[in-house]
Design a protein around this ligand. Structure first.
Ligand code: SF4
Length: 713
């Protein structure tokens, strides 16, 4: 790979998890890239986890997609950009002309930069005229988005990472932060070391590495979080309610308490959650008696058919105690991906508009259309990820453009996703590598810039916008995702896609947020980066990490909800009634065990980047099934042997292990391995496709399965 002309030390941001650590990258004379933590970055303060530290090993041209490619009669051949982009533009235009705008779709990714995401949304919602643009973030945090919108009136994570250090109780729900948000976990562990009185409760069916610092581990029965927090809500109503906050700043407490009452007594909740009643009482008392409480949650909460309700059940407990909007307290959604939050800012989900505007609000659609000068703005929500791939298989969506994601591995019922792409008339994939399962199904492959090559911004879990900066030149003829999309948009005759740089796109994004607030009447939206508009290219290039809102240039960080005002029209937060309900599919009969899927410490998503590092592969070199020894005995399988995991949706083979942290009745498998191995190792083929009715997020954590010997060791 050629080096750029002047790479010294470049400050950039890690492209993996939602913590968003600052990285100092330095290209040596030999082309090797040295990686170090950026002590000045507020999210990480110099820390990097093992994945971030190994970034230098994942670079280079090996396996990269270096030129556009077209598949003809099953064979890929190299093409010019003109030929490839003409094919994409003509293909999309033809389908729109023949079948309407709802027959095309974009499926994008939290790996995209905010500028890419902005252009993708403008392209689809403003010019194609369909909201059929969804993202792999649907799979990880859309339940949090739905919960935030219902409770707060806007998709807001109110806290910041410092709150973890200022809290006296941290409740981690469905979060193995030690492996999945490692540097944040390190901050928590250090706070615990310095202040042993800081209490940590981990709510997780598995005894994960995160439990090493826990004062209390609650191994809840999978899928029972609403019971747990509904029970807590009743307990708090009796022991710790902040009547003045409830009266002055919320609505709906009576209905929420009525619904929560259905969870039953403490003994009944303990039974439903399969917990020791004494542990449950200890947790409830701890929460009641501690003012500074942060409740952080992630995939174990979100990835459920009751995901949005789980989020609201947690938020309800903070509203009833008034523990929100002040230092060291509040509900805290930890995002999975590096730019899940940035995608949300620009309307990166099929049911959202840019700048936190509402798709179902005609006045906001009109305002956005005026700002863009676009022919229309999509007036109805588009298809969410799982529904999108069903619509492709049904022939309703005939052209799809997939960017920076690998849905044939990552979606639930992944074989359905494969069937869908096999039937689709036009599949376009923008990617940095060749040979993923998804790319193997594409008719057009477009080479995109990767980390270290592309330029733009990302927003982490605490709403901190950071620059990702280029320090390597483009490999082959790869181009930025926004640049590729703008080229296609122009070829389709769309105006408003003449951007020359990521800086110009960011400026439009920032101006839109200010414009939107000017059109919102009395309603003051909290997402606002108007203070970052009008930056020069040099200002943008030098931009330090900054947490939104930034309404005016140089504005200091604002404690959201600190004034007790929320984003609903009446300024009040909503208690959302949450009635406990079981997961969509229950174990029994031929599928007696529950499959829970998740991440391992040293891999990321479908391993297209982390899989290139030998060091990272050494941690866990192959897929595995973690199960309790007694369940293994009953299934006739042994640790170290291969076993087949089968559900109603598919089967996958992996090696059995007893990690020690799993309860009877459950098994765990990591999500990272793909179909590009000797045997198809996509755990997604087994995962059930049921989704949350509110958020559309799939139930990755609860699929009934059976396990049998594979017969080969
Ligand atoms: Fe930080 Fe997450 Fe990257 Fe690790 S993976 S360095 S914790 S952003």
């Amino acid at each position: 790979m050629k080096l750029s002309a002047i790479p010294t030390t470049v400050k950039t941001t890690c492209p993996y998890c939602g913590v968003g650590c600052g990285v100092n990258a330095q290209v040596g004379q030999d082309g090797a890239v040295a990686i170090a933590g950026d002590a000045a970055h507020p999210a990480s303060q110099g820390r990097l986890c093992v994945k971030g530290s190994a970034l230098g090993e994942t670079l280079g041209n090996r396996g990269r997609l270096l030129a556009p490619m077209l598949r003809e009669e099953g064979t890929l051949r190299e093409a010019s950009w003109d030929e490839a982009l003409d094919k994409v533009a003509a293909g999309f235009a033809r389908v729109i002309a023949e079948h309407g705008p709802e027959a095309v779709a974009l499926y994008v990714s939290g790996q995209l930069l905010t500028e890419d995401y902005y252009v993708a949304n403008k392209f689809m919602k403003g010019y194609v005229g369909s909201a059929n643009i969804d993202t792999n973030s649907r799979l990880c945090m859309s339940s949090a988005v739905a919960g935030h919108k219902r409770a707060f009136g806007e998709d807001i994570v109110p806290g910041c990472y410092e709150d973890f250090e200022q809290a006296d109780l941290i409740v981690l729900v469905g979060s193995n932060a030690a492996w999945c948000h490692p540097t944040l976990y390190q901050r928590i562990a250090r706070a615990k070391q310095e202040r042993p009185e800081l209490k940590i409760v981990v709510v997780d069916p598995r005894r994960t590495a995160t439990c090493d610092i826990a004062d209390l581990h609650l191994p809840v029965k999978p899928g029972t979080d609403v019971w747990l927090f509904d029970g807590l809500l009743g307990h708090l109503a009796a022991h710790a309610a902040d009547d003045s906050f409830i009266e002055g700043h919320t609505t709906g407490v009576a209905d929420a308490l009525d619904a929560a009452g259905k969870a039953g007594s403490l003994a009944e909740v303990a039974k439903a959650c399969r917990l020791d009643p004494r542990d449950l009482e200890r947790f409830y008392d701890l929460f009641s008696n501690t003012e500074r409480v942060v409740t952080a949650f992630t995939m174990g909460v979100n990835q459920s058919t009751a995901g949005a309700d789980k989020v609201n059940a947690i938020i309800n407990c903070h509203l009833i105690t008034g523990r929100i909007g002040r230092p060291g307290m509040g509900p805290f959604s930890l995002t999975g991906q590096p730019n899940a939050m940035g995608g949300r800012e620009v309307g990166g989900l099929a049911n959202m508009l840019a700048a936190h505007m509402d798709l179902d609000d005609a006045a906001q659609r009109a305002a956005l259309q005026e700002f863009w000068g676009s022919p229309h703005v999509a007036a109805k929500p588009g298809l969410k990820a799982v529904d999108l791939f069903r619509a492709i298989e049904d022939g309703k969506v005939k052209a799809v453009w997939i960017m920076a994601t690998n849905p044939l591995v990552s979606l639930p019922d992944a074989d359905q996703a494969r069937r869908a792409l096999e039937k689709c008339e036009l599949v376009v994939a923008s990617d940095i590598v060749l040979g993923t399962d998804t790319n193997e199904a594409a008719h057009v492959l477009l080479p995109a810039l990767g980390w270290g090559e592309k330029d733009g911004t990302v927003t982490n879990s605490e709403r901190c916008i950071s620059r990702q900066r280029a320090f390597l030149s483009a490999p082959g003829s790869a181009r930025a995702d926004w640049d590729i999309m703008c080229d296609v948009a122009r070829r389709m005759g769309f105006k408003g896609f003449d951007f020359q740089s990521a800086h110009e796109i960011f400026d439009e994004h920032a101006r839109l947020s200010a414009w939107k607030n000017g059109t919102d009447g009395q309603r003051r939206r909290l997402f606002d980066i108007g203070g970052l508009s009008g930056m020069t290219r040099a200002d943008y290039d030098a931009l330090d990490p900054v947490q939104w809102p930034v309404r005016t240039p140089g504005e200091r960080t604002e404690r959201l909800f600190g004034d007790g005002r929320f984003a609903h029209g009446d300024g009040r937060a909503r208690f959302v009634p949450t009635v406990p309900r079981a997961p969509a599919h229950l174990p029994g009969g031929e599928y007696p065990l529950v499959l829970n899927t998740g991440r391992v410490r040293d891999q990321w998503h479908t391993m297209t980047r982390t899989g290139r590092s030998q060091k990272l592969a050494e941690h866990i070199p192959e897929p595995y099934i973690d199960m309790h020894p007694q369940d293994a005995l009953l299934c006739g399988v042994k640790a170290g042997e291969l076993a087949r995991v089968t559900s109603d949706w598919g089967a996958v083979v992996a090696r059995v292990q007893h990690g020690g942290g799993i309860a009877r009745g459950s098994v765990f498998m990591p999500i990272h391995w793909s179909g590009q191995t000797a045997s198809d190792a996509r755990v997604g083929t087994v995962v059930n496709p049921a989704v949350d009715p509110v958020s559309g997020e799939p139930e990755f954590k609860h699929t009934p399965v059976r396990i049998e010997p594979f017969g080969v060791t």
